[in-house]
Design a protein around this ligand. Structure first.
Ligand SMILES: Cc1ncc(COP(=O)(O)O)c(C=O)c1O
Length: 418
């Protein structure tokens, strides 16, 4: 049978119904632990690593459906879900890295991720080099014998740069290190493993869940890395799982072990909410792509706007790469622009919009607006802000699925009042 398309997978992957009552929707197994029945059954579940029927911190059937659906959508081997996107990223780092390891990281990342890399990981002896991922030579030069991974975002948030992801993956393959991509902004519309990415990470809080009702994260493994070469620890047998499955599932098993040890698991109710949102992911991403282009074009021609940054605009330096990687749906729904009059005018604009919601999130069905320099990127240094492309006059929109004419009218009224 041919591989199902995204629209079908978003509705069906990972769940065929349950045998007891035939529930069509995925049941919420809101339980901390699972009855074993007999002592032998208890021993069997532990020894056979039957992970979704022991204790919800390490596995749960509702969460498992979401994990399978995410892996299937990306064409990956398997996934592990977490309490948040940051929990997914930090747990992956804690699983892969140890003291004196070195990592190469894009200098245009979400502020929370920058904070993890700049502040948290160095306290554990991990060394970080930030690079401009547009400069392939610079990326390759910064890899040394202790380098363990390259980390980037599919569309940098909020610089909205699109790197040549395929070329980056060729560099990582040459040096036998995993290419980890945060695909939060382009879920479903970009299939990372088809372009050589080894591991995808997600904040499910954003487009995948899509309605701003919960927080969640995931790591999806392509299953293509040979861990034996540079990550010997990943292929060692570790208590308490003593899994016989090490090999292709090395990383997934080790992620489960780190989850067992550090505990940032996803709740079953959260998995259910994300599964509901995810059913309409392809429809939303299509509409969001169309709306964002219309709004970008409107803003470009507005007298009170000094610049517009959207990789779907023909004059964007990233237009060709955006066409290469995100052609079918457009490069997602984030756009940034500068208001004439700088910070003061920007604040006035934000105070005057009526339809756009002022809040610190992206990827909602509703259009969101924020001033990154004073909010999401406030905690990082001004140099890091500059490198991440966060200027003082920058306004970020996360375009939703409202009628584009209504969003444009709201922005027009607010812009005319600055
Ligand atoms: C690209 C990106 N990755 C990761 C995160 C972190 O996700 P969470 O808020 O679910 O922890 C965010 C949050 O804004 C993000 O924008």
């Amino acid at each position: 049978m041919a591989e199902k398309k995204l629209e079908t997978k978003a509705l069906h992957s990972g769940y065929k119904g349950e045998p007891q009552f035939g529930a069509r929707a995925v049941p919420i197994y809101e339980t901390s632990s699972f009855l074993f029945g007999t002592a032998d059954e208890a021993a069997r579940r532990f020894s056979e690593h039957d992970i979704n029927k022991i204790y919800t911190r390490i596995g749960n059937p509702t969460v498992a459906v979401l994990e399978e659906r995410l892996a299937d959508i990306d064409g990956g081997l398997a996934a592990v879900c977490y309490a948040s996107g940051m929990a997914a990223i930090s747990t992956l780092m804690l699983t892969l890295l140890k003291k004196d390891d070195h990592i190469v990281v894009s200098n245009t990342l979400y502020g929370g991720t920058v904070s993890l890399f700049s502040d948290f990981l160095p306290r554990f002896g991990i060394k970080i080099d930030y690079v401009d991922i547009d400069m392939l030579e610079e990326v390759e030069k910064s890899i040394n014998e202790n380098t363990k991974l390259l980390y980037a975002e599919s569309i940098g948030n909020p610089k909205l740069n699109v790197a040549d992801l395929e070329a980056l993956s060729e560099i990582t393959k040459k040096h036998n290190i995993p290419f980890i991509l945060d695909n939060t902004v382009t879920p479903g519309i970009f299939r990372p493993f088809e372009y050589g990415v080894d591991i995808a990470v997600y904040s499910l809080t954003k487009y995948i869940s899509g309605h701003g009702v919960t927080i969640g994260g995931a790591v999806v493994d392509s299953g293509t890395m040979n861990w034996r070469k540079k990550f010997a620890r990943l292929t060692e047998d570790m208590p308490p799982f003593h899994s016989a499955k090490y090999g292709k599932l090395s990383l997934i098993d080790q992620l489960k072990i780190t989850l067992y040890q550090t505990g940032a698991c996803m709740s079953p109710l959260t998995a259910f909410l994300i599964l509901q949102g995810m059913e309409t992911l392809p429809l939303r991403m299509k509409r969001i792509g169309e709306n964002t282009l219309k709004i970008a074009e409107f803003l470009k021609n507005h007298k009170n706007v000094s610049w517009v940054n959207y990789p779907g605009l023909k004059d964007s330096p990233y237009y060709n790469l955006a066409r290469k990687y995100f052609d079918q749906y457009g490069p997602s729904g984030l756009l940034t622009f500068g208001v004439k009059g700088g910070l003061k005018a920007g604040k006035k604009l934000i105070n005057n919009v009526k339809l756009c919601s002022l809040l610190a999130n992206i990827g909602d069905a509703k259009t969101l607006i924020i001033h990154p320099a004073s909010t999401t990127h406030f905690l990082i240094s001004s140099q890091e802000r500059q490198e991440a492309g966060v200027t003082d006059d920058m306004i970020r929109l996360s375009v939703g699925i409202e009628n584009a004419d209504d969003i444009i009218e709201d922005l027009d009224n607010a812009l005319n009042s600055v």
